[in-house]
Design a protein around this ligand. Structure first.
Ligand code: ZN
Length: 113
């Protein structure tokens, strides 16, 4: 299994060790988000709800929409799980979008694709 598939599998099976989980294992460890927003660092918060992460995905969506001249909705299914964009009929554009999100996720996690 390649690293990105392993990462997706870990996400789907909630295998990521988050601050919230670390805190349950050891009370001396902080339960707060790693991005410094002072919210509890749950999986959904770290992957989508954190303001720092949300602004990152907004920027990615904005740039990709601008380059491809399409409207891509800000949606975790598209950004995190690679779902197709409903309003885009072109298979080529769908593939470019999927590859772009894969590239962004690899770059963020330090995985070489
Ligand atoms: Zn946060």
């Amino acid at each position: 299994m390649c690293k990105i598939q392993n990462s997706k599998s870990s996400l789907l099976h909630r295998a990521y060790i988050t601050p919230s989980k670390f805190n349950k294992m050891d009370n001396s460890l902080s339960h707060l988000c790693w991005h410094g927003c002072s919210e509890t660092g749950t999986l959904i918060h770290l992957m989508w709800q954190c303001p720092a992460v949300k602004s990152f995905w907004k920027e990615v969506i904005s740039r990709l929409s601008s380059i491809l001249i399409v409207k891509i909705p800000l949606c975790p299914l598209i950004c995190l799980l690679g779902s197709k964009v409903d309003n885009i009929q072109s298979t080529r554009i769908q593939c470019i979008i999927a590859l772009a999100f894969l590239s962004v996720k690899c770059h963020r996690s330090g995985v070489e694709c």
